[in-house]
Design a protein around this ligand. Structure first.
Ligand code: SF4
Length: 325
């Protein structure tokens, strides 16, 4: 948000509300999955988006690609508001914006060979003849650490890590600029996760990719992200450079999330901040600060006034009354 280069992507007042209907199609309530979220993504960076289940981070990822239509707000890609783009224009732009899904077991069609799965976007976008496409798929398999012998195999013949590599190859097929990595390692064994994270980092360097890396925990994004945004109940609570956020978090929710990261040293005693209660329902989110029902530092005004998401120091954005003069 404060970098000198122009953002690759930027959201202004982004909202996504889902109507929840009963069996008779009468509107019962509205889920405010994403509620007035503002941030920028700069070329070549990794922006980590973190938060517990239901905080809206994956919905933000899908909104950025317009896989979901926003209820309100603007999404700028290289200066163009893509919310206003007609379907045909948006389709052309999709080449530049791809997604790696979190579950490599369900995101690959079990009836297609991995070669055909990776070739599919190339065919849809008219990449070239059959031999050009096959050559490109072979290059992609090699790029993600798979071999030509994997081309004719089916997803069920792959391990979880290999499937995710295939998913990454498919996402990279059309030379995208931006890749949304939606919890790309959460469905994998802990022993495999670093391999996929390292692969994504390596590919970012080689291909000058920009990532939005979505994860549940701050530990997953720590070694991956240049900047990290922390979401809670559809709102951005804190956004800062990775080092800054881990060294001096300003929002009580970020501090609680950080305190939950295990330290691999039995002699080191860390004081864990235990949050009271469950996350409230996004159907009826708390008035004032959305975090106030669980915040160990809440004040009277927190249940009345909603804190503004503002830049408290260069590049460090927080929504909390504690930071207001
Ligand atoms: Fe806690 Fe109040 Fe800050 Fe919300 S605004 S995080 S309730 S101190």
């Amino acid at each position: 948000m404060t970098k000198k280069t122009a953002p690759l992507m930027k959201t202004i007042g982004l909202k996504k509300y889902f109507n929840v209907e009963n069996g008779w199609k009468k509107l019962k309530s509205t889920v405010k999955a994403v509620d007035n979220v503002n941030f920028s993504i700069f070329p070549g960076e990794t922006l980590g988006l973190v938060g517990e289940s239901g905080c809206g981070k994956s919905t933000v990822g899908r909104l950025l690609l317009r896989l979901l239509e926003p209820t309100e707000g603007e999404i700028y890609y290289q200066g163009r508001n893509i919310v206003e783009l007609p379907a045909g224009e948006m389709r052309k732009l999709r080449k530049h914006m791809q997604i790696v899904f979190h579950d490599p077991y369900t995101s690959l069609n079990p009836r297609m060979t991995v070669g055909n799965i990776i070739a599919e976007p190339l065919k849809i976008f008219g990449y070239g003849g059959a031999s050009d496409i096959r050559e490109r798929v072979m290059d992609l398999l090699s790029l993600v650490g798979l071999g030509s012998n994997h081309y004719d195999r089916y997803p069920h013949e792959f391990s979880g890590g290999q499937r995710q590599r295939a998913g990454i190859a498919r996402a990279l097929a059309l030379h995208p600029k931006l890749v949304i990595c939606d919890e790309p390692v959460s469905a994998l064994d802990v022993s495999i996760q670093p391999q996929i994270i390292n692969l994504l980092k390596e590919l970012q360097g080689k291909l000058s990719l920009t990532y939005v890396f979505i994860a549940r925990g701050l530990n997953v994004v720590k070694h991956m992200s240049d900047r990290v945004g922390v979401m809670y109940l559809g709102k951005m609570m804190e956004l800062a450079g990775g080092e800054k956020l881990y060294a001096s978090p300003l929002h009580p929710y970020t501090r609680a999330l950080l305190s939950a990261i295990p330290v691999p040293n039995p002699k080191y005693k860390k004081s864990r901040i235990i949050l009271e209660g469950e996350i409230p329902s996004p159907i009826n989110p708390p008035v004032g600060c959305r975090f106030h029902t669980r915040c160990p530092e809440r004040m009277e005004r927190c249940s009345i006034d909603e804190p503004e998401f503002r830049e408290v120091e260069t590049g460090h954005w927080v929504a909390c009354h504690l930071l207001e003069e």
